[in-house]
Ligand binder design. Structure first.
Ligand SMILES: *Cc1c(COP(=O)(O)O)cnc(C)c1O
Length: 482
């Protein structure tokens, strides 16, 4: 691959004195006419001198070096990097939505409020829960909101002994982190040999100190907690609340309602399950739903409908207060609304079925080369591991790097921690069989390379703008200056 421009050549190296993109006429006025002299630049900024064409090519070539969903399959487990229709970007950017002032009176933004209200209603229907707040800015923020809602609930009941949150080892990493941030003591429990919650361990950990049991469903090994009803019963018997991390709800959409299996609080990741492009920290939304007995403690205001008008109900005396300035990331909510409106109930169910089918297809195709750690049908993602004896010292990180050479973004690796050499693959519902077959072929080819030419895999990537970086060195001696 000819190297047109290395990222390091960030234009200063290409700079030629006197080369310009545009030339402005000399101003007729003296600059201090507008700005006091002390704010004026004393010397010319050291900017690269380039023609417009050089600059356009530089940035276009840089952008092409990027892996993105619009150009590549992106099977990053637990992230749901699926295709999201571009039309929703256009709709969520319509001026009546984006130009509204956050302090606009409610009667001036009835349309926006109606969208938010209807979205709340749809999320209630999908989950069976009684109320939803759209405030949380992302999944982890939703978890924090949920735990503080639980705290408000117990405080109201004067039940102050409950200081613990139980989190199984198959939970998403944000669960224990958020519990700690919310001021709870985190009690970790191990899962059983089937990758699900070990009920004896759970029973042991439950006590009058338990505030919340936090379950990621499906869990991070891609499995559904098949005994969730029984788990919910045990949690409730101990007087605690059951929180469900529903960030990966596209696995259950239209198939199961969390309220039916006893969930008291949960969050959804609109940016994963319901059509908002994400990654790179881009805007998210993690609405939190609550069953009737906890709903009054959710953040306020909720959007309500009264006498044909949409209102922000601030009169929620038991509410924990506010979790975010104004009303949440509305542009993400609008995309989710469009998505849910576009599909009827039956198609929503197809989304879940297709996501689950795709993950199981990859799992079964690769069973000889990369076996699933828990050998059972999975939900929206499969967690594979290595045959240590067949890999010639090739490790999961090497495979991830080599996949880049084959034109695939790497899956999530070394997570969840309970799976050695984990490869966590989430194909999502939007990929077709042809693409999955290419991905499977690439992984089979890498498996074969491990046997015959392991060095090629060890030293990958070979055809990327940046080769293997020294990750240990970078962690030990971070050079954070640009
Ligand atoms: C992504 C994810 C989260 C965190 O969501 P953010 O929006 O990144 O904060 C939490 N739990 C699970 C299961 C997830 O997949």
């Amino acid at each position: 691959m000819p190297e047109i421009l290395q990222p390091a050549m960030l234009s200063l190296e290409k700079s030629v004195p006197g080369r310009r993109g545009v030339r402005f006429e000399k101003p007729q006025y003296t600059p201090d006419h507008y700005l006091p002299a002390k704010y004026l630049r004393s010397h010319t900024p050291r900017l690269p001198q380039l023609s417009e064409l050089d600059t356009v090519r530089h940035f276009t070539n840089l952008s092409r070096k990027n892996y993105c969903l619009d150009s590549h399959f992106y099977p990053l487990g637990s992230c749901t990097m699926k295709y999201n229709p571009k039309a929703y970007d256009v709709l969520s950017n319509l001026p009546p939505l984006t130009a509204a002032h956050p302090f606009a009176p409610q009667q001036a933004v009835q349309g926006t409020l109606e969208i938010l209200y209807r979205l709340q209603e749809m999320l209630k229907e999908i989950t069976g829960l009684s109320a939803f707040t759209l405030q949380p800015a992302a999944g982890a923020h939703g978890e924090l909101t949920g735990l503080l809602t639980a705290r408000a609930y117990f405080d109201h009941r004067k039940d102050k002994k409950r200081t613990e949150v139980i989190v199984p080892d198959t939970a998403h990493g944000t669960n224990p982190a958020t519990s700690h941030m919310a001021g709870y003591q985190v009690i970790n429990i191990k899962s059983g040999p089937d990758g699900c919650v070990d009920k004896a361990a759970l029973q042991n950990a439950l006590s009058e100190r338990t505030a919340v049991v936090m379950l990621t469903v499906p869990n991070t090994v891609g499995l559904f907690e098949k005994d969730i009803r029984d788990i919910a019963e045990r949690v409730h018997k101990a007087g605690a609340l059951l929180y469900m991390d529903g960030a990966n709800f596209n696995a259950l959409l239209g198939v199961a309602k969390p309220a039916d299996f006893g969930v008291d609080l949960m969050h959804l990741n609109l940016h994963k399950s319901f059509a908002a492009p994400h990654g790179g920290g881009g805007p998210g939304s993690g609405p939190v739903g609550a069953a009737a007995h906890v709903a009054p403690f959710l953040p306020k205001p909720l959007v309500e409908q009264k006498n044909g008008k949409y209102i922000l109900n601030e009169k929620m005396p038991k509410s924990l207060g506010k979790m975010k300035a104004f009303f949440g990331n509305i542009s993400v909510c609008v995309r989710a609304y469009c998505y849910l409106r576009q599909f009827d109930g039956k198609t929503l169910k197809n989304i879940a079925e297709q996501a689950v089918l795709n993950a199981n297809y990859v799992r079964v195709c690769l069973k000889d080369e990369f076996p699933a750690f828990f050998d059972a049908p999975c939900m929206h993602e499969c967690v594979l591991t290595l045959h240590k004896d067949k890999m010639n010292g090739v490790r999961t990180a090497d495979i991830a790097k080599r996949l880049l050479d084959y034109g695939f973004y790497a899956p999530t690796i070394y997570f969840p921690l309970i799976v050695p050499e984990a490869l966590m693959i989430e194909p999502t519902e939007t990929e077709n069989k042809e693409m999955l077959d290419l991905f499977v072929q690439a992984l089979r080819a890498i498996f074969a390379e491990a046997a015959t030419q392991p060095q090629t895999v060890h030293e990958a990537p070979h055809h990327q703008p940046v080769g293997r970086i020294d990750e240990v060195g970078a962690a030990r001696e971070p050079n954070l200056r640009w």
